[in-house]
Design a protein around this ligand. Structure first.
Ligand code: NAD
Length: 269
């Protein structure tokens, strides 16, 4: 993993993020796509990944055997929770570094990623954009300052294809706010409001979710005070920001020792 060119494997190569990553890798002079996979049985298996992504033929054919990814220095995985867990085990066994951007992972899935990180460098991040990573830091600081008399609500919007809610980013922002307040998000999160909910509980962190159209990703953390309101927002207008952040994470992971890292580590590295 010390060569100047870092070789990359992309599972989920036919997906929205997979194709975006292939386009961004094609534009990067220090990265080379060497393997691409997707789920068994889908039409894209056997296709040229470059043609599918719109970069022109690159000779990397989309396969359905995940071990084919093991020839890469770094695997960048934006697929599904179960696939990401399987890829983490495989990456650890073959000592490929791994970047996981998949969202909607259960606690047990996250534990499996942590275990895999004993054997390889693994960056796990529900939002690979630089702006959102900074947003998390800001939210933690503001939540620590605005305590007594301030209510925190988190609002997120995404395109109609998204399958998990609230978004991984909204949850990460919730954790950041809870850290700032010195509490555990699980104790204060209010995810669903319907019917006779009663008044808002003091100290809760509320979540609201919108789904529609082609929204790339919008997050606001709103601090409601008495007669004033502080809002910290991020709006993504192009998915390329997530792909570029993931490539930055891949460069970091290629040079890192085995361990479990997040996007903060990548930006600091
Ligand atoms: P998508 O449905 O377009 O693509 C997912 C791809 O993974 C599909 O092609 C699917 O066939 C493939 N896949 C599923 N199981 C697989 C397996 N076992 N092996 C290989 N491929 C498999 O979804 P998307 O919009 O590209 O998003 C993918 C994931 O990335 C989601 O969890 C999404 O929330 C997350 N995401 C994260 C960020 C971030 O910044 N971290 C940004 C955007 C999306």
């Amino acid at each position: 993993m010390t060569s100047q060119i870092i070789t990359i494997g992309i599972p989920g190569a036919a997906g929205r993020m997979g194709r975006m990553l292939i386009r961004e890798i094609d534009a990067a002079s220090d990265l080379k796509l060497v393997a691409a996979t997707d789920r068994t049985g889908i039409d894209a298996i056997g296709e040229d990944s470059g043609l599918l992504a719109g970069t022109g033929s690159n000779g990397v054919i989309i396969g359905d055997d995940p071990t084919g990814l093991a020839i890469a220095d770094v695997i960048i995985d934006f697929t599904s929770p179960s696939a990401s867990v399987a890829h983490a085990g495989m990456a650890s066994e073959h000592q490929c570094a791994l970047v996981v951007g998949t969202t909607g992972l259960a606690e047990t899935d996250e534990a499996a990623l942590r275990a895999a990180a004993d054997g390889t460098a693994l960056v796990y991040c529900a939002n690979t954009s630089v702006g959102v990573t900074l947003l998390g830091r800001l939210v933690e600081q503001v939540a620590a300052q605005l305590v007594e008399g301030w209510d925190i609500e988190i609002l997120e919007s995404h395109h109609h294809h998204k399958v998990d809610a609230p978004s991984g980013t909204a949850l990460a922002l919730g954790h950041a706010a809870a850290r700032g307040r010195g509490v555990d998000l699980d104790d204060v999160a209010d995810m669903v409001r319907k019917g006779q909910t009663g008044a808002r509980r003091k100290g809760d962190i509320g979540f609201a979710v919108l789904r529609g159209g082609d929204v790339t990703g919008e997050h606001s953390v709103i601090f409601y005070g008495d007669s004033e309101r502080v809002e910290i927002s991020h709006r993504a207008t192009d998915r390329a920001i997530f792909a570029r952040g993931a490539l930055r994470a891949a460069r970091f992971a290629a040079a890192a020792n085995p361990g479990f890292y997040n996007m903060e580590d990548v930006l600091a590295g």
